[in-house]
Design a protein around this ligand. Structure first.
Ligand code: SAM
Length: 204
């Protein structure tokens, strides 16, 4: 998976590659789909939601430029796989999921794998997690119509926000850097995520 799908497409950060090699992706998949866990595609995880393609997980993680001391917020826990990757690369992960059944499943896999630096809550992540802010980095793993302002507010100066932004079914992956002179937005690749549903996302 790492050589053929991720390095071949240009992801180079050695810490990200090591995390992608280490975390057992099949553990985050429904039993019936585990055979396809390392395929080059997103997969259904129930509740109409998906675990993202491995390459997209690696690319978004690389764009976050994580340091070991960083505190990171993830919106859209889903299976918990992305949170497990983040937990290898930073000090503390805060992850928010709006669907309780998915959050419960993710919590039990993360606990079983010993990811002790991941805090989780069931909530509308478009509000961020104010009590735990500010964050060094924020990753949104569902598609937003715009960048939610609460997330930018909860980013530290110098912080990075990675988020798919665009239409409901097609988006561009954006990286927003909160620099001292203002926000700098870079566009990465076109992508397709399930919608970010919430007060500052799409309506249900
Ligand atoms: N990061 C996940 C993983 O590693 O499996 C994949 C996430 S899936 C593509 C998107 C997730 O975002 C879904 O589980 C969905 O329920 C969740 N979601 C959508 N809107 C949300 C919101 N406002 N707050 C929190 N989670 C949300």
């Amino acid at each position: 998976m790492v050589d053929e799908q991720i390095i071949s497409r240009g992801v180079r950060d050695p810490r990200v590659l090591a995390a992608m090699r280490k975390v057992p992706r099949h553990e985050f998949m429904p039993e019936a789909l585990r055979q396809q866990a390392y395929g080059d595609h997103a997969m259904p995880i129930g509740e109409g939601q998906t675990i993202s393609q491995p390459y997209i997980v690696a690319l978004m993680t690389e764009l976050l430029e994580l340091k070991e001391t960083d505190r990171v917020l993830e919106i859209g826990t889903g299976s918990g796989y992305q949170a497990a990757i983040l937990s290898e690369l930073c000090e503390k992960v805060f992850t928010i999921e709006r669907v309780k059944t998915l959050a419960d499943k993710a919590r039990s896999v993360l606990d079983r794998l010993g990811c002790r630096n991941v805090a989780m809550k069931v909530y509308d992540g478009t509000y961020g997690w104010k009590e735990m802010a500010p964050f060094d980095a924020i990753i949104v793993t569902a598609a937003a119509p715009d960048v939610p302002s609460a997330l930018v507010e909860q980013l530290k100066e110098g912080g990075r926000l990675v988020i798919p932004v665009g239409e409901r079914f097609t988006q561009d992956l954006k990286k927003v850097i909160k620099s001292p002179s203002g926000l700098v937005t870079q566009t990465s690749i076109p992508c397709m995520f399930v919608p970010l549903i919430g007060a500052h996302g799409w309506k249900e």
